[in-house]
Design a protein around this ligand. Sequence first.
Ligand code: 21W
Length: 222
Amino acid sequence: MKFDVLTLFPEMFEPLKKSIIGKAIEKQILELNLINIRDFSKDKHKKVDDTPYGGGAGMVMMPEVVYDAYSSVSNKEQAKVIYLSPQGKILNQKKVEELSKESHLILICGHYEGIDQRVLDEIVDEEISIGDYVLTGGEIPAMVLIDSVSRYVGGVLKQESIKEESHASGLLEYPQYTRPEIFHGEKVPEVLLSGHHENIKKWRKEQSLQITKQKRPDLLEK
Ligand code: 21W
């Protein structure tokens, strides 16, 4: 799966090159192509933003640089173009799974007070937010989207643990334990040491239900 990211801050994406997503990029299961919007400024001072028409605080990203950055990525296979925006539909696990079926996503990150509306109207297919709180730009949301979507791409995760997982099942997960058997006087639940797989399965299911009831009753109501 290929992600093209249009951003003024490509360096912010360095953390994605670590751990599981980094490994998948090395293995060429994922491709992360970072496009610096500033590289498409024709201005001698590399200007990418200007004051808003009508007045108001802050700066607005100019349409031409964004359009030229967009045009520089090959979009013959009709990639889905996503604008990370506080006005977008809030990302959830269903949307994540749906996006993982695409072979190519183009992600546009705004910064400052946003991007000129005309270029957005022309090129954006979908607007996505990661939640109702205010950030400084779309870069962290783009990373959240890439990380969550990539987990569904075949070969990215080692075990096929995706399906029985929190949010995929609608329930929170059961608690996990590892060695030692006693830590600060607390024992690992006996059933997990029993080797009785049927009982372990039953216990974990019950734990999932209890924990969901306690911590996220809203998930049970759905
Ligand atoms: C924050 C951009 C506020 C624009 C008048 C009209 C992307 C985000 C973002 C940001 C504004 C996401 C204005 C959850 C987020 C993002 C930066 C307001 C100013 N004034 N998901 N327009 N939260 N945030 N616009 O903040 O780009 S996805």
